[in-house]
Design a protein around this ligand. Structure first.
Ligand code: 2NI
Ligand code: ZN
Ligand code: CA
Ligand code: ZN
Length: 473
C-alpha cells in the first residue's frame, strides 16, 4: 500500500514530463526532472480552473486546456515571451518571488471591474474548521478584514443570517460549486468576485491544516488574500503583494498589504478619508435649518442637528423653556445622529448613527449598542433617516431614502411587504424624511426646512410650519 502511494507522484511526473517534452522548448533549456515537477505543481496550483485562481484576470476555460496553454497564460500574465515552453525565464518566475519587479501597477481586476456598490459589506461564517477554536477563526477573519479597512473606506458587519454579502465556509472536495477542492496542499482556498448569491463568498479547503500560528497554513494570511478576490482584485505580479498567487509563511505580524494591494483596492473603492467633524454650531433661527433627528425623551422633545441638540418640554406651562446642549453629553455618541425613536412604555430611546444604534435611558445611560442590520434592513441600507414609534400599534416606522420600513417591536421583526415607497403611503409628505416624532395623536415629520403635522387616523397632513418654529423662532 505504502509503496503504491510512493509511486503515484513519480508516475504523475513521468506522464507530465512526456507532455512537456512534446512542447516547443528552447533546445538549450531542456527541462530537468525537478523543474518539470516544479512546473507541474505551479501550474496545477495556479492554472487550474477555480474561482479565485484566474491569474490573468480571465477564467481558465476548461480542464482540458493543455499544459502549453497554461504555460502561455502564465507567460502572458508575467509579461514573458509567449513560447508555451519551460524556458529558463519562465522557470525563474515559477521558482520563488524574484526581486527587481518595478514599482508599477501590478494589481488587476476581474473583467468588467465588479465591486460592491455599498462600502458597508456584511459577512457571516457559515461553517467553522475543527482545526482551530471558534474565537481564533473569528479573530483571523477580523484581522484579515482590518487590513482592507485600513486601506480603503470599507466597513464590514458580521451578521448571523443567510443574506450576508460574504459568506466564509470550510469544505473539502466537492462542496456545491463547480470547483471541488484537491485534498491537502495545492489549492488552499478560493473566493468569488463581488456579486449576488455566491458572489464574494470564500471557501477554505478543510483538507488543509489551518492555524493561527506556525503548524499549518495561516488562516489570517489566506483569508486576507481571498478577501482581496471577494472585493474585486485578481492576482498581482508584485511578489510582495498579498494578492501574489504564492503562499509564503511569515509570522502573522509580518503580513501586510503592499503598496500594490493598497493601490488596487483604492482604485476600486477610493481612498480612506477619516473626516474630522469641524462643523460650526448651528444657529437655531437660521431659515435654512433642518433637523437630523427628533425624539421624545420623557417629557421633552429633543431635536438633533450635527453634534448639537435642543430640548423642549411638552409641559405647556414651561413650553417656552428651551435647553441647548452638545449631544456628546450622550454617552458613546461623538458624531451626528441620523434618527431616533422612543418607546415611552419601556422608558428607552433608540438612537441611530450610520449602521449603528444605541439604547439610551433618561438621556443618560447607554445600555446596549448594535448594528441596524439586526432589525432586518437590507444590506443596501447604509443609514436610517428618521424613525418614529407608534405606541397604539406597537410598530416602529423607519424612513430611509425614498422608502420606509415597518418594524414589529413585539415580534422583533420587519413586517412583510416592506420597504414601501414613502410617496405611496404618506400623502402630502415629500419623497424623503429627515426626522420624525410622535406627540399625542399626531406624527410630526420633518423634511428640509418644514415640519409636517400628520394625522395617522385620517392619513393626511393637517398642518405645515417652518421646522425651527419648534425652537421658538
Ligand atoms: C495561495 C494559494 C491559494 C490560496 C491563497 C494563497 C495565498 C497567496 C498569498 C498569500 C496568502 C495566501 C499572502 N500573503 O490557493 C491556490 C490558488 N488559488 C485557487 C487562489 O489563488 N485562490 O485565491
Ligand atoms: Zn488567489
Ligand atoms: Ca488543497
Ligand atoms: Zn468552493
Amino acid at each position: 500500500m505504502e509503496l503504491l502511494w510512493l509511486w503515484i507522484p513519480v508516475l504523475g511526473s513521468l506522464v507530465l514530463a512526456e507532455v512537456l517534452w512534446t512542447l516547443p522548448i528552447d533546445q538549450d533549456q531542456w527541462p530537468r526532472p525537478e523543474d518539470v515537477e516544479l512546473a507541474e505543481g505551479y501550474l496545477r496550483r495556479f492554472y487550474n480552473p477555480s474561482p479565485g485562481g484566474s491569474v490573468s484576470g480571465r477564467r481558465v476555460r476548461s480542464t482540458s486546456s493543455t499544459m502549453e496553454e497554461k504555460i502561455r497564460e502564465m507567460q502572458t500574465f508575467f509579461g514573458l515571451r509567449e513560447t508555451g515552453g519551460l524556458d529558463s525565464t519562465t522557470l525563474d518566475v515559477m521558482k520563488e518571488p524574484s526581486c527587481g519587479v518595478p514599482d508599477v501597477e501590478n494589481f488587476s481586476f476581474y473583467p468588467g471591474k465588479p465591486k460592491w456598490k455599498n462600502n458597508t459589506i456584511t459577512y457571516m461564517i457559515a461553517k467553522y474548521t475543527p482545526d482551530m477554536k471558534r474565537e481564533d477563526v473569528e479573530k483571523s477573519f477580523r484581522s484579515a478584514l482590518k487590513m482592507w479597512i485600513d486601506a480603503a473606506p470599507l466597513r464590514f458587519i458580521k451578521v448571523n443570517h443567510g443574506k450576508a454579502d460574504i459568506v466564509f465556509s470550510f469544505a473539502r472536495r466537492t462542496h456545491g460549486d463547480f470547483f471541488p477542492f484537491d485534498g491537502p496542499r495545492g489549492v488552499l482556498a478560493h473566493a468569488f468576485q463581488p456579486g449576488e448569491g455566491i458572489g464574494g463568498d470564500v471557501h477554505f479547503d478543510e483538507d488543509e491544516t489551518w492555524a493561527g500560528g506556525r503548524q499549518g497554513y495561516s488562516l489570517f494570511a489566506v483569508a486576507a488574500h481571498e478577501l482581496g478576490h471577494s472585493l474585486g482584485l485578481t492576482h498581482s505580479k508584485d511578489p510582495s503583494a498579498i494578492m501574489y498567487p504564492n503562499y509564503r509563511y511569515k509570522s502573522s505580524t509580518q503580513y501586510s498589504l503592499s503598496n500594490d494591494d493598497v493601490l488596487g483596492i483604492q482604485t476600486l473603492y477610493g481612498k480612506e478619508t477619516r473626516k474630522v467633524e469641524t462643523q460650526p454650531a448651528p444657529k437655531k433661527c437660521d431659515p435654512n435649518l433642518s433637523f437630523d433627528a427628533a425624539v421624545m425623551i420623557q417629557n421633552e422633545i429633543v431635536f438633533f442637528k450635527n453634534r448639537y441638540m435642543w430640548m423642549r418640554t411638552t409641559q405647556t406651562t414651561y413650553w417656552n423653556r428651551l435647553r441647548e446642549s452638545h449631544s456628546s453629553t450622550l454617552p458613546g455618541i461623538s458624531s451626528h445622529m441620523d434618527a431616533a425613536y422612543d418607546i415611552a412604555a419601556k422608558g428607552v430611546a433608540y438612537i441611530f448613527t450610520g449602521h449603528m444604534y444605541c439604547v439610551v435611558r433618561e438621556l443618560k445611560m447607554k445600555s446596549h449598542a448594535g448594528s441596524i442590520y439586526e432589525y432586518g434592513f437590507s444590506s443596501q441600507v447604509r443609514q436610517v433617516d428618521a424613525a418614529v414609534h407608534i405606541s397604539e400599534s406597537g410598530k416602529t416606522v423607519f424612513f430611509t431614502g425614498e422608502v420606509y420600513y415597518r418594524y414589529d417591536e413585539r415580534r422583533r421583526r420587519m413586517d412583510p411587504g416592506f420597504p414601501r415607497l414613502i410617496q405611496t403611503d404618506w400623502p402630502g409628505i415629500p419623497r424623503r424624511v429627515d426626522a420624525a416624532f410622535k406627540l399625542r395623536r399626531c406624527i410630526f415629520l420633518f423634511s428640509g426646512t418644514k415640519s409636517y403635522q400628520y394625522d395617522f387616523n385620517q392619513n393626511r397632513v393637517v398642518n405645515i410650519i417652518p421646522a425651527n418654529s419648534w425652537l421658538g423662532c
